[in-house]
Design a protein around this ligand. Structure first.
Ligand SMILES: Cc1cc2nc3c(=O)[nH]c(=O)nc-3n(C[C@H](O)[C@H](O)[C@H](O)COP(=O)(O)OP(=O)(O)OC[C@H]3O[C@@H](n4cnc5c(N)ncnc54)[C@H](O)[C@@H]3O)c2cc1C
Length: 330
């Protein structure tokens, strides 16, 4: 690492040393990272990656870490963050370029200010543009792939290239980058959407924003949905009693709203039934009261979190793709 830090100092590249991931990361878990490289431009990313490649130094690219579970007993060697890539400019009426370090809430609001429609559902996703393209982030029927035209990309040798949205093969929470078909770092994204009515755009954002607040845990650090699919449905397929009770819970509270006008603030009632029925035992509950599909950090440690993930995978016969990424030692 001395060789790397010496090179970063010589070349004036911003970096930080010995970062505690339990303070730095979104989920507030993990050991340390020895070197965090924080380039400020695509050219700097390219230079750093070319050096890392020439010295055969392994690294992990990170955005806002809002989808990453770092392990408590692992100290990581080197991360490169794109958080410093902050270019943002309008290139046409409904077309703009954003550096991959911009947060989705910021670019969605940038679109709103410019009467650009198509990003409303992305407003509450706490990730960067780079992280969002990596996994084709989306919500409420919106996906980044529908408003993306192309990206600037630094490959693992440091060469700067351009990829069209088609080349990225974006699918539901997947891409050529996530599947490993393509490796490198997204440094910029060209967005192309359409012009819309600013009040309608704002109204939609308000609705999604308040829905998110209602259905998403905000009490404990978490990474949003753990699996990209309904684990309630999958657990119901395994156990008839769970199926009947969760169907009733859904119909009465969310669809027909017979018991009350507003849907409940959490799913504790049905979660407790499932836990008992499947004989799941935890000293500290590893999931949110709002949904069992959201891992939360109540201080139970990452071994317990992984145990919960594995348990759900087994109970759902590995049929639902995992969305959160566990960052193993490299
Ligand atoms: C409360 C909450 C709600 C959420 N809601 C949603 C939701 O509704 N929809 C949804 O899709 N996701 C959701 N997420 C998950 C997460 O925000 C998204 O996956 C987001 O896209 C991750 O972006 P990030 O910058 O944090 O990436 P990180 O978590 O830092 O990284 C994720 C992956 O992307 C890679 N990566 C990051 N930046 C780049 C880059 N520039 N180039 C190449 N690879 C890169 C990393 O190597 C890593 O493999 C939610 C998370 C939370 C905490």
């Amino acid at each position: 690492m001395e060789l790397l830090t010496g090179w970063l100092n010589e070349n004036g590249v911003k970096h930080s040393l010995d970062i505690e991931l339990s303070e730095f990361s979104y989920m507030k878990t993990g050991g340390k990272v020895f070197v965090l490289i924080e380039p400020a431009s695509s050219e700097e990313v390219s230079k750093c990656v070319a050096f890392l490649y020439s010295q055969n130094i392994k690294f992990k690219v990170i955005g806002a870490t809002s989808n990453l579970l770092f392990l408590d007993d692992v100290d990581y060697s080197c991360f490169l963050t794109t958080a410093g890539l902050k270019e943002l400019k309008l290139v046409d009426d409904a077309e703009f370029i954003a550096g991959s370090g911009h947060m989705l809430p910021d670019i969605s609001r940038y679109a709103l200010y410019h009467s650009i429609t198509g990003l409303e559902g992305l407003e509450g996703i706490p990730g960067t543009v780079g992280g969002a393209v990596f996994m084709n982030a989306g919500a409420y029927g919106y996906e980044i792939k529908n408003v993306l035209k192309a990206v600037e990309f630094v490959d693992l040798t440091g060469a700067i290239q351009e990829y069209s949205v088609e080349q990225l093969k974006l699918k539901k929470r997947n891409s050529a980058l996530k599947s490993g078909e393509l490796s490198g770092i997204i440094t910029k994204a060209w967005f192309r959407a359409s012009l819309g009515n600013v009040s309608i755009i704002e109204n939609k954002m308000e609705i999604y924003h308040s829905k998110r607040h209602k259905y998403q845990d905000f009490q404990f650090p978490n990474l949003g949905s753990m699996f990209s699919g309904s684990i309630y449905r999958a657990l119901g397929n395994r156990d008839k009693y769970i199926y009947i009770m969760s169907t009733l819970f859904y119909l009465l509270n969310y669809k027909w709203k017979i018991l009350r006008r507003e849907a409940p603030l959490n799913r504790k009632w049905i979660n407790d039934i499932i836990i008992k029925r499947l004989n799941l035992k935890y000293d500290i509950q590893p999931f949110s009261n709002k949904t069992m599909n959201c891992l939360v950090n109540r201080g139970q440690g990452t071994d317990e979190m992984i145990r919960y993930i594995e348990e759900i995978k087994t109970l759902t016969n590995n049929l639902i793709p995992i969305e959160n990424e566990i960052v193993e030692k490299f």
